[in-house]
Design a protein around this ligand. Sequence first.
Ligand SMILES: *Cc1c(COP(=O)(O)O)cnc(C)c1O
Length: 366
Amino acid sequence: MSTTPQIRESRQWRGVIREYADRLDVTDATPVVTLGEGGTPLLPAPALSARTGAKVWVKFEGMNPTGSFKDRGMTMAVTKGVEAGAKAIICASTGNTSASAAAYAAHAGITAAVLVPEGKIAMGKLSQAIAHNGRLLQVRGNFDDCLEIARELADNYPVHLVNSVNNDRIEGQKTAAFEVVEVLREAPDFHIVPVGNAGNYTAYHRGYTEELQRGVTTKMPRMFGFQAAGSAPIVLGHVVKNPDTIASAIRIGNPASWELAIAARENSDGYFGAIDDARILEAQRILSSEVGIFVEPASAISVAGLLEQAEAGVIGQGATVVLTVTGHGLKDPQWALRTADGSDIQPESVAVDTAEIADVLGLAKA
Ligand SMILES: *Cc1c(COP(=O)(O)O)cnc(C)c1O
């Protein structure tokens, strides 16, 4: 008899597989591995609407159980792996995939091996993978090297690959588009996502395509994807050998879903652009200080892309725009403290003295 407690009558969100079981490749017998991912807020962003004249919504994927959208795909990839009898999973990661894989493997009682580029992983993500008992190896190479090795291991050894080259990942991730449509009751005019391997870009396009086919929506959003300027292979049209950006989650020189993403761009009258690191950090600060949403640098590129395209007149007045912000700011918090000149912000120190503190705060007595 199973000792897993069952959720019966409850309004608790049940994770993307149970919520969208009829739209995913699962059966009643599938052993669902879930941490309650998905069901993330779609928040209006009045400050961004005021800056652009567009109707701006933010899909806050940092609210997933391990703090990034990777959980939507990981629940599917690990579930299908366990269904097929896998005892171990493997992935290459810029950080968030490793955190997610380790957490879902821990929940399923199987092993996760993760390959990360040495010295290139944000501390929050590294500690998550270790906390969840992942077998984490730092490879003396970049992400693209890690992915090549992970694929070779999965081809030749009994380990199940859970990178986004695994279609189950894309399937799980497409549910984010379903959630957007449930709130807006229509597809937006534009959807903007950060792009690394371009799996998420591909997944949103697939989700919106299915909604259109079901007749729930009447249009395909224009899919806009942004890469960091030092790591923009799709924009440049060639592999970038040594990708470089502070946005570590999208530091990828040879995207795994490159061709699918190009097809999605063509189908949606979309666009790929590049944004430099200074603009990414500026956008991160705008989102945290004016909207109240703290994201990691890679996620902020959606905001930077919106501001650029609105200024260029491509995103017009009154257009409905959804920005996906992919990962939580607490993953990689150091950048919030960094000033434009490269020094770190030090909070002011004060004595245990009410009058002094009132003075420092500029408060006048009532
Ligand atoms: C993985 C990741 C991305 C990139 O997603 P792709 O599907 O690889 O394009 C962007 N932002 C964050 C925070 C991520 O973890």
